[in-house]
Design a protein around this ligand. Structure first.
Ligand code: GDP
Ligand code: IMO
Ligand code: MG
Length: 436
């Protein structure tokens, strides 16, 4: 069996949760390698809907081991709540969940800083999820962050929290004219919370590497998407971690030689939550159809997602940056009622066509998409599970996308539920899963 990274190729919410849940039963370990509870991965099983934020999607498969890797930032309150919510729905969580001792902790003051920073940015605000993700990663890079492993040592923990709060209080008071925070209350809270999560914390790199040495397989679960990557996304309108496939190695403590394949999850159109450039954004009736039919509301914040046409520039870029071997195309059914469908092939700015993603934020903001218009299929693809039953024009759309990047599509998703998926025969996925 192979070890596969599954990542988002657009601005997040591509349907990673559905695809990872579908694949999870074929792997032994499912591991998150970056991000935090800014993620919202939806899985629909029968009438039950689960939204995973911090815990890997594999947790819905009781016999699998789920790992929160060192590259993730963990809010303990959110983690405890998520565990409780899942348990209420009958999900078993005990020694099937492991948290890296090197994962950094999101503290209450990170949430505060996230809020004040956003307020201070005014019209230029990023539109973060307000979960303290950015400030927690800043703290990590500043080498003063608190690691999950520190929860095991009361003295180290309290010393670090105290030092952080001293600095934060200075910033709160002097920069944001906000009241100081009380270290005592935060220290007491973290000490109490530490007790309920200590049992999950371990050396997850050692665990994964040992498991792989013994022939176990690993599914690496990406969060967010390539265009939100701190290095490669539409900076500064990005999240604060590397969402790209290569970070699966750093974020889990495994060597690059361990990764056999990269699957990119790609929506049949594009969405974005939060602010920042979005060249193919639609503000007309078609956009409204995608928004409503696709039920495009944030799984974490409930915000309305901005919708637009499929962006070939973004897809080409994501395939390159991640080294995508194969694509899972999601939400095809959402486009069933559109008579005409556009696919963006480049951006036109000041007479020049950009078919590779430009860095320049001005080009991204002002560039006019150059579209190829295709006929819609005007027939239902909802719930289809066989490629042959797709309307010809839907097949043409899929083929068009595939040919644009010379990257095979392995899965076509036609509904939220696990079973509403077309497995395309002969793709790299078959080899990875050893499907004859
Ligand atoms: P993620 O963050 O990439 O895991 O994606 P989200 O879960 O935030 O958003 C994807 C949404 O689309 C969820 O509500 C899924 O249940 C839903 N979804 C996934 N695949 C399909 C599909 O093929 N068709 C439809 N109609 N909905 C889908
Ligand atoms: P999943 O894993 C979509 C966006 C926020 C904001 C920017 C920075 O469900 O695809 P942050 O709180 O991370 O500092 O916010 O990133 N964002 C997401 N958008 N899906 C996500 O996760 C996202 N996680 C963060 O809306 O624009
Ligand atoms: Mg999501």
């Amino acid at each position: 069996m192979s070890n596969i990274a599954v990542i988002g190729t657009q601005w997040g919410d591509e349907g990673k949760g559905k695809i990872i849940d579908l694949l999870a039963e074929r792997f032994d370990i499912i591991a998150r390698f970056q991000g935090g509870h800014n993620a919202g991965h939806t899985v629909c099983l029968g009438n039950q809907k689960y939204i995973l934020h911090l815990i890997p999607t594999g947790i819905l498969h009781p016999e699998k081991i789920c790992v929160i890797g060192n590259g993730v930032v963990v809010d303990i309150t959110a983690l405890i709540n998520e565990i409780e919510e899942l348990k209420k729905k009958g999900v078993v969580i005990n020694d099937n969940l492991l948290i890296s001792q090197r994962a950094h902790i999101i503290m209450p003051y990170h949430r505060l800083m996230d809020r004040y920073r956003e307020e201070a940015r005014g019209a230029k605000r990023i539109g973060t999820t307000g979960r303290g993700i950015g400030p927690a990663y800043e703290n990590k890079m500043a080498r003063s962050g608190i690691c999950a492993g520190d929860l095991m040592n009361e003295k180290v923990l309290i010393d670090k929290v105290a030092a952080n709060i001293e600095e934060i209080n200075h910033v709160l008071e002097k920069v944001y004219s906000q009241p100081r925070i009380d270290p005592g209350a935060i220290e007491a809270e973290i000490l109490e919370q530490a007790e309920s999560v200590k049992g999950y914390i371990t050396d997850t790199s050692l665990f994964i590497n040992n498991a792989l040495d013994h022939g176990k397989s690993l599914l690496m679960e990406g969060a967010q998407g390539t265009m939100l990557d701190i290095d490669h996304g539409t900076y500064p309108y990005v999240t604060s971690s590397n969402c790209v496939a290569s970070n699966a190695c750093t974020g889990l403590g495994i060597g690059i030689s361990r990764v056999d394949g990269v699957m990119g999850v790609i929506k049949a159109y594009t969405t974005r939550v939060g602010n920042g450039p979005f060249p193919t954004e639609l503000t007309d009736k078609s956009g409204q159809i995608l928004q409503e039919k696709g039920n495009e509301y944030g799984a974490t914040t409930g915000r309305r997602r901005r919708c637009g046409w499929f962006d070939g520039v973004v897809a080409r870029y994501a395939i390159r940056i991640n080294g995508v071997h194969t694509l899972a195309l999601t939400k095809l059914d959402v486009m069933d009622t559109l008579a005409k469908i556009n696919v963006c092939q480049g951006y036109k700015w000041k007479g020049k066509i950009f078919s590779d993603l430009p860095y320049d934020p001005t080009v991204l903001a002002e560039g006019e998409p150059v579209y190829k218009e295709l006929d819609g299929w005007l027939a239902s693809t909802s719930d289809l599970t066989e490629y042959n039953r797709l309307p010809q024009k839907a097949k043409d759309y899929i083929k068009y996308i595939e040919d644009m990047f010379e990257t095979p599509i392995c899965l076509i998703s036609t509904g939220s539920e696990r079973e509403k998926t077309i497995w395309v025969k002969g793709s790299p996925l078959d080899n990875w899963l050893m499907i004859p």
